[in-house]
Design a protein around this ligand. Structure first.
Ligand SMILES: [Zn+2]
Ligand SMILES: [Zn+2]
Length: 755
């Protein structure tokens, strides 16, 4: 109905009535839910991809209860709650992906078959089309109407991976009749006929009746579940399972002392990430994806580390909030995905039993269709799980979906009213009322809304007028920060603050006594300051994107070398933030300049990290940089892979405010000037793009051949071992039988002798 007539609303920005015509662009959800939208059998089917017709040797479709009925509490995989994946295949915490169970009589996969399967897995197959799927659903219906058609129905469902949950629930009534025992065929036919008549005219899922909606193309790949709770989770659990206890200690120390500036995350607790690797959330995996190459080096095989490096290349591209040149961006992402899959294949093709490694291939197409992947990520909605759960808990559970919808609508309504939104009053207030006089005078004063709407008067409804809440309820919001905390209202927009604003005033010092002043005129671009000039050294300054830059952070800025027309990107470490007392900027609370030690960006990227190397030394040039010119805070890590950096017990550990004998471990870096610019950082990744160097694409065919051969050898060894074990067991039991026989015969002989 909304698509035909639209919904009228008031636009408070443009101060006019607007007509809203909603249309469905995409359906978001985790993979099982999106498969259901797309009338697809799910990730465990033989044709596990809802977008294309790729085939795997995934487990045969299990009984119809593969996915629990949605209970209104949202997905199990959430950001806040520990994830317990709904996919049974995700549960495997072992060293690597679980091997599909071999059914009896199933022919073992030959090497050639496996090569074909892996090759196809790593590319997009023939795309599914809505018309085709609908035709298959119709033929499923025809099968269901026949007696004994259930087997055929099941066969086509598995063969094409098409399953309409909506239709199947209705068809179940037909199957109940056709599967009955002890009833004659004629009776069955008669019963089927009555059931058939009782069915609705339209059986298929409602998605097919949404205008211009293709459930195969418009269920975009969801990056939270596919990447963070997919690859990153698989790799991290696998990595932790491979480590020995002393290696875990090293890893914990490395994580805890890793630099996190510029990543936009809170400080990391190594012990939580390592000890509870089985129950981490999306937020944790987001941090892990960005620092993993810097903490895992030397602890795992080279091939596995390559996967982490490849992931660190893909992740910032996917989480980029703004795309400037879509063709270049898509090409970058496609290359990064191919590179990742090649690296993964090199470790073991068994990873490709996990469908998510294929599904990510469809991400570039969805980014082209819908824009940056963050827009169709469900990360934002996962935080609603708690609200939905409480809505479900505080209801009589007769109609949970309806109750949840009501509570969400009420929440939105309260939010709209409290934020001063307009609404239609459907009765003319009495003219003598003081409150009316107050509000109408307000309307006249600021002329924000017409008291009578034109479209309403045209529909002969003169009694309606636009109103908003009075002053008293608005005052409620400011009590105890209620509005900001509960409704997310009135939070200051940090990005709108001017760049260069200092957070605190800082220490008052003489210029000659500051760290920068000691370097004196060696600083390039320094304004004339006598050593006794008074300056302030604030600790933090705000950048133009709203981020805070602290003294000691690494920053990226653009500089124009003399005579050059294009700016060059430069990286450096902030030594001090300077406010000159009495200057124009100091009076407005902004800083005059940052004193920055420029780092040299080396030509070649690092062999292992595949990220730019940067170096600082005592000879590095020190410059002043304007706070407006700073692009972003960058994440820089020490090149620990090439140096014997040691774990050293340093600070005292306090327990319940008492000193203990324990010492917290920390990293001590050797040759601290040898650094790596972490291009795996998700924030501001597009600004670091000019510094990135893409590694050469890998040659896929030899990788597949090699890893398939290893896998076949492994399977053969396993089979041999199993056979040997079976033989051993057999001989053991036969020996037991023999010995039993022997004792029995001796006792018999004794018995005979005694008698
Ligand atoms: Zn596919
Ligand atoms: Zn180091």
């Amino acid at each position: 109905a909304c698509q035909n007539s639209g919904v009228w609303a008031w636009d408070c920005e443009t101060k006019e009535k607007i007509l809203i015509i909603p249309s469905v662009l995409a359906m978001l959800g985790d993979n099982p839910m999106q498969s259901e939208f797309a009338c697809h059998i799910g990730l465990r089917g033989r044709m596990f991809c809802r977008v294309c017709k790729v085939q795997g040797n995934a487990e045969e479709e299990e009984a119809d209860n593969a996915r629990k009925p949605p209970n209104g509490t949202g997905s199990n995989e959430s950001l806040s709650a520990p994830d317990a994946s709904s996919l049974a295949s995700d549960v495997s915490t072992g060293a690597s992906a679980r091997q599909p169970k071999k059914k009896k009589g199933k022919v073992a996969e030959s090497m050639a078959d496996m090569i074909v399967r892996i090759t196809n897995f790593m590319k997009i197959g023939a795309l599914r089309s809505g018309d085709e799927t609908q035709a298959l659903l119709r033929s499923q219906f025809v099968n269901a109407c026949r007696i004994g058609g259930y087997a055929q129905y099941k066969r086509t469902r598995t063969q094409f991976g098409v399953k309409d949950t909506h239709q199947e629930a209705l068809l179940q009534r037909l199957f109940d009749v056709s599967k009955k025992h002890g009833v004659t065929k004629a009776q069955k036919e008669a019963q089927m006929e009555t059931v058939h008549k009782g069915l609705l005219d339209i059986l298929t899922s409602p998605v097919w009746r949404i205008k211009d909606f293709d459930p195969h193309a418009d269920t975009p790949v969801e990056i939270l579940h596919v990447i963070l709770l997919g690859f990153v989770k698989y790799f991290w659990r696998d990595a932790i399972a491979r480590l020995k206890d002393d290696q875990k200690e090293t890893l914990i120390t490395r994580i805890s002392s890793a630099s996190i500036s510029g990543l936009g995350i809170s400080s990391l607790s190594g012990s939580t990430l390592v000890k509870y690797s089985g129950s981490l959330t999306g937020r944790d995996f987001r941090a892990i994806a960005q620092i993993a190459p810097f903490v895992l080096h030397g602890l795992l095989d080279k091939d596995i580390l390559e996967c982490w490096v490849a992931l660190a290349r893909l992740v910032p591209l996917v989480w980029q909030p703004q795309i400037n040149k879509v063709d270049d961006h898509i090409a970058d992402i496609e290359k990064a995905i191919d590179y990742l899959l090649d690296c993964v294949c090199r470790v073991t093709p068994r990873w490709f039993n996990k469908p998510k490694f294929h599904i990510v291939l469809h991400l570039p197409a969805h980014i082209r269709r819908f824009g940056p992947a963050m827009l169709f990520a469900t990360e934002g909605f996962e935080s609603f799980n708690a609200i939905i759960r409480s809505a479900s808990v505080h209801s009589n559970r007769h109609a949970p979906s309806r109750d949840i919808a009501h509570i969400m609508a009420r929440g939105n309504r309260v939010r709209h009213l409290l934020s001063g939104g307009f609404f239609l009053m459907n009765r003319l207030p009495k003219p003598c009322s003081t409150r009316t006089a107050h509000t109408s005078s307000q309307h006249k004063g600021c002329s924000v809304a017409p008291s009578l709407s034109a479209w309403m008067s045209s529909s002969h409804n003169q009694d309606l007028r636009w109103e908003k809440i009075g002053q008293a309820p608005i005052n409620l919001i400011s009590i105890g920060n209620f509005g900001a905390q509960l409704l997310g209202l009135g939070q200051a927009d940090v990005a709108s603050l001017p760049p260069g604003l200092c957070i605190s005033c800082g220490e008052r010092q003489e210029w000659g006594k500051t760290k920068s002043g000691e370097r004196g005129p060696a600083i390039q671009g320094i304004p004339p300051l006598s050593s006794t000039s008074v300056v302030y050294t604030p600790r933090q300054v705000r950048l133009y994107d709203g981020d805070l830059c602290t003294a000691g952070d690494w920053i990226v800025w653009l500089s124009f070398p003399q005579g050059a027309t294009t700016p060059t990107t430069q990286v450096g470490q902030v030594l001090e933030i300077i406010q000159v007392a009495g200057s124009q900027k100091q009076l407005t609370g902004r800083c005059d300049f940052l004193v920055v030690v420029t780092a040299t960006i080396l030509e070649d990227m690092h062999d292992y990290y595949r990220m730019p190397r940067i170096a600082v030394s005592s000879k590095s040039i020190v410059v002043t940089v304007d706070a407006d010119a700073v692009k972003c805070v960058a994440n820089v890590q020490h090149n620990c892979a090439d140096h014997p950096c040691k774990v050293v017990a340093s600070s005292v550990v306090y327990q319940e405010r008492e000193k203990t004998d324990q010492r917290a471990l920390a990293m001590t870096h050797t040759s601290p000037g040898d650094l790596i610019l972490n291009t795996g950082q998700m924030r501001n990744s597009s600004l670091l793009r000019p510094l990135k160097v893409d590694p050469e694409p890998l040659d896929r065919q030899p990788i597949i051949m090699h890893s398939v051969k290893l896998e076949m050898d492994r399977r053969k060894k396993k089979r041999d071992a199993q056979a040997a074990m079976a033989v051993a067991q057999l001989t053991e039991t036969s020996q037991v039988v023999k010995s039993k026989h022997a004792t029995a015969s001796t006792s018999l002989r004794q018995h005979v002798l005694s008698t």
